[in-house]
Write a new protein. Sequence first.
Length: 360
Amino acid sequence: MSVKIVTVVGARPQFIKAAAVSRVIRDQYIGQIEELLVHTGQHYDANMSKVFFEDLDIPEPKFNLEISGAQHGAMTGRMLEGLENILIAEKPDWVLIYGDTNSTLAGALAAAKLHIPVAHVEAGLRSFNMKMPEEINRILSDRVSTKLFCPTQAAVDNLKAEGIANGVHNVGDVMYDVALFYKKVAAERSKIRQQLGIEGGPFALATCHRAENTDDTARLTEILKGLSAISREMPVILPLHPRTRKIIDQYGLQGLLDQIIVIEPLAFLDMVTLEQTASVILTDSGGVQKEAFFYGVPCITMRDETEWVETVELGWNTLVGASAAAIEQAFMESKNITEPQAPVYGEGKAAQKILNNLMN
């Protein structure tokens, strides 16, 4: 008798994490696990979604709700309605959710209200900033989950402090599984450095998409000024999130991009290639912070806090908030980072541990 899992994804980081687990299902659990992929549609642009499924060799979703572009409440509510209908029809043994998006919360709530067990991959992460929508999503999702798969001991400790101990497992980080698997693949297949004309020298890679930065024009202005300052020393590559681009245009900040190499969001393998070969990475993305750590690249995080405290404690990540001066200072200091890496995110077998646990 096989176990049926409905996997809910909706955003780029979730596609990446789901790829690691789906691959192990296909390789090791044929006839034992049936996985149905549901794409909420939260990231709908071809470069934000479709190309990821191709690069990561993820099976096409059985269901695509095509829900995007609305306010948080409307988006989550529509996802809840769509997911509820799917879960009633499919009757899965588990609903598997990833991370901290509206898709994560909708999947958790829809399943819990139907008394279907929820397994949360990347449980226990906390920024302790309740102004972040992601923090609300992850706290509520953890509260209704049956299995809480934590990437680090710090995540386990966070749950323990909240009184959650049952069903908690430190399995390591599925993102590390992905980093190990695709590192060589990306180097062989991606031509992005040649296309950008940066194959011969140092460059910085930047991303910026979180609401705390993009919805505050003062913070966004400072970040763009900081990136512009760095661009005077080396090229700065900025794959620009559609939402960030819209806000830059809305507030007339385009002039701050003049010295920055602005490109469309990248396919997964192209992004991995740039992450591996960058001299420094500047980001407000949780996933990119970790990928910088996995590839041994100094990271400057343009936020006031991070869920990935280990990367800061080990000296590979510097929090700078949204200050152009702090960004520039951290960039100068990043040239001297030489601390050894530490295996705080497991040994690259998180997906295997997750599936073994669900099967048992």
